[in-house]
Design a protein around this ligand. Structure first.
Ligand code: SF4
Length: 781
């Protein structure tokens, strides 16, 4: 919706113009979920295929009013019939569509109608809204006839409503770009490596290429990537910068960096918006998102314009930052929903900070809006090594028989019948399965049909009585919908597997569409952005991430040298202990003694990482029994935020002790314990994923796709976690510390090649061979 400059003209997309001028009344999501982007595209294509050969598809149109240029692409025009069409896909009952939604659709087609009349010199035209049901593939046409004069007047009235806001936005853009082009780095100097990193990000934005960037912790990656992208905004005519993080702390670091930049340039009119999930932003979790249920949805669009102005004023007061608290305050002051206010505000923001899923998920809002509004965006992906696992989850789908049973119990009779039919079809899928876990080539079409019928029936019910359907039924509905969508696009990137549930005697089996190679889904997301910079302290081997993420061929790669030296970190490879599952009990004693000896030599704070909570419990118990005087504390399963904080609060500059944690868990990355807060780590695992039937299937798929099954499934993901965890110890150039990598497999050359190049590991023995303390625990080189 953002106004953009095009040779000094104010430009707005048709859809954006109508969203701004023609949305009225309540927020109402009863006609959703709407079809996914893929379904929408297929629906449009199907409608176009049904039209005659002379039918003009995707008609590019534009027209001016005063200093405003309106442009867009109408779906199709049949010149012989004199009919312009706008196609809308849907999957609920058409009668349930709210009047204000319908009005918005008419507004769009009327604008296109005017632009076409102008282009072809027409005096009269038929306008058609084509509603296409993606389930039944039926079309419903609503047709109106309009004179060119009527449409001209309508067009001008809409443009007039938008003009002053658009001009103000254009002025904001000019001031913003002016300010950004003279922006100075917010620190007195770049840290070692930081300038190299910043230059690479600037170049990638200038050349419109993607960049993969491996840079050690502590060089200031967040500000070092945001700053150059802001500098590139004016020259590259960027509409927006998206900063995407895997976790909340990453978002906070970005907001802090932006606050720092704003603090150094107080006159810079840069608007920064934080996006939070609906669950976190919702004020009425027990209500549904429509005016009959939620007071903050009632009259939402009527009060939105005033809230929008207030939010932008508030942003100016808060140094341009609209974090979740600022947005909430404005929303509540205007009695509208904070979550949906933030969705509107993203149109008027320059930098958007949010989770990965806003750009990479199946129904990613930032991606969809950027596409719909033709925004030119550059994207920063923080801690990008997380994107592989996160994207796999986004593009996987699971159906659990226990959820079906719970939903069935709570469902009204009409839905229960459909669920029973689905259950019968489900049982057929695995009636001949003898193995507990099995992979199948495809999801049988009969089951897909049964699932779609279930979704349609629940959706119909939901549309009419959204509050009467139990959460378990709604939850199952969303899972079914997602499963259907992913089943439609099943390919070599995913496995379809069935795991017989423990109560298989009663006929249960978990169905999973398990994405293992997210690349085919992510590639279009990278292509849609002007530039993308993916950065992390552990983004190697580069080929592994290139293959799995599907970045473009010409993606640049930069490995920034570490500012840290080998003298700062003693890396010890303990080669006389095995942490393999069958040797675990044997490993407990030497590891506890090794930790105690290190602690005796250099008292202070340490972290010990192991592969599982069971192993952790055994090690911690033995350690406490043998060394009761050394403070020791452990991570537990499903720790609350306050407990996590308690765990970390024990690491102070004055304290000493050993915290036991699980590798790959909450304390293995993204935590910052500089100086005396952490002086060493014991990593008693290679982090390799467990060998089990699922991982073995993934290995086979990786082997078939890339010829590196073991490395891509086990070795690289494992070592990535190890290096991340080890990275907790040295946080700045004055830190000193020690890392013990405990397992004989660390001696393997292939494993050692994955260590950061600045490490100089030494071989070390944990077990005492002779009585003297001097010969025990000695580095062997
Ligand atoms: S407050 Fe919650 S229920 Fe109400 S509209 Fe917002 S998200 Fe929906």
């Amino acid at each position: 919706m953002t106004a953009t400059t095009d040779k000094e003209t104010l430009v707005v997309a048709v859809r954006a113009l109508c969203d701004f001028t023609a949305k009225r009344g309540d927020l109402d999501l009863r006609f959703t979920p709407s079809p996914s982007a893929i379904e929408g595209m297929l629906g449009h294509r199907l409608v176009a295929m049904r039209r005659p050969a002379h039918y003009e598809r995707e008609v590019s149109l534009s027209g001016d009013y005063k200093d405003l240029r309106v442009r867009g692409r109408a779906d199709g025009y049949d010149a012989l019939a004199g009919q312009l069409e706008e196609v809308k896909t849907y999957c609920a009952r058409l009668e349930s569509m709210r009047e204000n939604h319908r009005q918005l659709h008419w507004a769009q087609v009327k604008i296109y109608g005017h632009l076409l009349c102008k282009r072809d010199g027409l005096t009269q035209i038929k306008l058609a809204l084509v509603y296409f049901n993606i389930v039944t593939q039926d079309e419903t046409l609503l047709v109106e006839s309009h004179s060119a004069e009527e449409l001209r007047l309508y067009f001008e009235s809409q443009c007039e409503s938008y003009l002053s806001w658009g001009r103000q936005e254009l002025a904001h853009r000019a001031l913003r770009n002016q300010g950004l082009s003279v922006l100075s780095f917010p620190h007195a100097a770049f840290r070692p490596g930081q300038r190299e990193l910043a230059e690479a990000v600037y170049k990638s934005a200038s050349s419109g290429r993607c960049l993969m960037l491996q840079a050690p912790t502590g060089i200031g990656k967040t500000v070092g990537t945001i700053f150059p992208l802001l500098k590139a905004c004016a020259k590259q005519s960027l509409d927006k910068v998206f900063f995407l993080a895997a976790k909340t702390p990453g978002r906070q670091l970005a907001l802090d960096a932006l606050a720092l930049i704003k603090h150094a340039a107080p006159a810079l009119p840069l608007r920064v918006l934080e996006l939070v999930s609906k669950v976190k932003a919702c004020e009425y979790p027990d209500k549904a998102c429509h005016g009959d249920s939620c007071p903050l949805a009632q009259g939402f669009y009527d009060r939105l314009p005033a809230a929008r102005v207030a939010a932008i004023d508030a942003a100016a007061l808060h140094h341009g930052l609209l974090d979740k608290n600022a947005t909430r305050a404005v929303a509540l002051a205007h009695s509208i929903c904070p979550y949906y206010l933030s969705q509107d505000l993203l149109h008027w923001s320059d930098v958007v900070v949010g989770d990965y899923n806003y750009y990479f998920d199946v129904n990613a809002m930032l991606y969809a809006q950027a596409q719909a509004n033709q925004w030119r965006v550059s994207v920063l992906v923080d801690e990008a090594h997380n994107l592989v696992e996160r994207a796999r989850k986004m593009y996987s789908a699971e159906l659990d028989p226990a959820d079906l049973a719970t939903a069935r119990k709570a469902a009204p009779p009409a839905i229960r019948r459909v669920l029973d039919r689905l259950r019968r079809s489900w049982l057929k899928l695995h009636q001949d399965q003898s193995e507990n876990y099995q992979v199948y080539e495809k999801v049988p079409p009969d089951f897909c049909v049964a699932l779609q019928q279930t979704s349609s029936a629940i959706l119909e019910y939901l549309t009419e009585q959204p509050l009467e359907l139990a959460p378990s039924v709604q939850g199952f509905f969303f899972a079914a919908l997602h499963f259907s969508r992913m089943a439609d696009v099943l390919g070599a990137h995913s496995l379809f597997d069935i795991t017989l549930a423990q109560d298989h005697g009663q006929g249960g089996a978990v169905l999973c569409l398990r994405n293992v190679i997210p690349a085919p889904f992510l590639t279009p997301r990278f292509a849609a952005a002007h530039s993308v910079a993916l950065f992390s302290a552990t983004l190697g081997p580069a080929n592994y991430y290139r293959d799995l993420l599907g970045v473009p061929e010409d993606t640049a790669w930069l490995d920034v040298d570490s500012p840290f030296s080998a003298e700062q970190l003693s890396v010890r490879l303990v080669n006389d202990v095995s942490t393999r599952f069958q040797h675990r009990s044997d490993s407990l004693l030497p590891i506890t003694d090794l930790m105690a000896r290190q602690y005796a030599q250099a008292p202070g704070n340490y972290l010990c990482f192991v592969s599982s909570f069971d192993y952790l419990a055994q090690l911690l118990e033995l350690f406490r029994a043998r060394y009761p005087d050394i403070p020791a504390w452990g991570q537990s399963r499903g720790m609350e935020e306050s407990a996590k904080k308690g765990f970390l609060d024990r690491f102070t500059p004055q304290s000493s002790g050993i915290g036991f944690a699980v590798l790959g868990g909450a304390f293995a990355e993204g935590i910052d314990l500089p100086g005396k807060r952490l002086i060493g780590a014991f990593i008693a695992t290679l982090g390799l994923p467990q060998i089990n039937p699922v991982n073995e299937q993934i290995r086979l798929r990786m082997e078939a796709s890339f010829g590196r099954g073991y490395n891509y499934t086990y070795l690289y993901p494992g070592l990535q976690k190890v290096v991340q965890a080890a990275g907790r110890v040295i946080r700045n150039e004055s830190d000193r510390g020690v890392i013990y990598l405990i397992d004989d497999r660390y001696m393997d050359a292939q494993v050692r090649r994955l260590f950061p190049s600045w490490w100089h590991p030494q071989v070390f023995r944990a077990r005492r061979r002779v009585e003297s303390e001097a010969s025990a625990g000695r580095c062997l080189d």
